[in-house]
Write a protein that binds this ligand. Structure first.
Ligand code: PGA
Length: 246
């Protein structure tokens, strides 16, 4: 199966022109990488124009989504809106949202269900804090996050790649201190043990051009969720080339 590399641009870039340049550079290069599936997740405000401009040349996803499709929910974006503007994927449950915006497992569960109902493919983020890690609670935290978020989600979705898990230890995100490939692989194997061996598990947390190969060589890891390095086109394209070759 192709490696799945997801670019999470977070609150970047600051202008549409720069978003367009970034998407242009990546999509031009990605054409020649046949064994890698690339998903670009820009901020909502750039998403519609990018999906339109790069239709057929790049695949897009949202960084979040709300659980209702309409109504009095100021500031939210619905699954059907995301789908309508050309997103195929959506990231749900990123630890930055859990931490800064108080997203709970219950909210994440509602988002997963609504996204699925709208036909979006879901990247569900799970991961433990440093404190939980030090206490040896990684498996317990992940088991609980997955059980709550995925209550009622059929195995069918996992088998058909409509749902992937991104394992992102909170302490490894944006810190330049990634989890070791061996440990990340052990956790990915745990996830597959819980959810079934068909599920794709990505690793995320300080992945860059210098270390991505080691993660992608691991048997339980199917790809990467990339933050900071996905904003540097030359580096990100190098990462796609490595993913294409492993
Ligand atoms: P990072 O972010 O690659 O900058 O560590 C990963 C993520 O938050 O998805």
């Amino acid at each position: 199966m192709k490696k799945l590399i997801v670019a999470n641009w977070k609150l970047n870039p600051q202008t549409y022109r720069r978003a367009e340049k970034l998407a242009g550079a990546i999509s031009r290069a990605a054409k020649s990488f046949r064994s890698v599936e690339t998903v670009l997740c820009p901020p909502f405000v750039w998403l519609e124009c990018l999906a339109d401009e790069f239709a057929g040349k790049a695949v897009f996803g949202g960084q979040d989504v709300f659980w209702e499709n309409q109504g009095p929910y100021t500031g939210e974006v619905s699954p059907t809106m995301l789908k309508a503007v050309g997103a195929q994927w959506v990231i749900i449950g990123h630890s930055e949202r859990r931490r800064h915006l108080g997203e709970t497992d219950e909210m994440i569960h509602r988002k997963v269900k609504a996204a699925r109902a709208a036909g979006l493919k879901v990247i569900l983020c799970v991961g433990e804090t440093l404190a939980a890690r030090r206490r040896g609670h990684t498996h317990a935290v992940l088991r609980s996050q997955m059980r709550k978020a995925l209550a009622g989600v059929k195995r069918f979705d996992m088998k058909n790649s409509r749902l992937v898990i991104a394992y992102e230890p909170v302490w490894a995100i944006g810190t330049g201190m990634p989890e070791t490939p061996q440990n990340a692989n052990a956790v990915a194997a745990f996830v597959r043990n819980v959810l079934g061996t068909h599920i794709r598990v990505l690793y995320g947390g300080s992945v860059n051009a210098g270390n991505i190969r080691e993660y992608l060589m691991m048997p339980a890891i199917s790809g990467a969720l990339v933050g900071g390095a996905s904003l540097r086109p030359a580096e990100f394209i190098k990462m796609l080339a490595i993913a294409d070759s492993v």
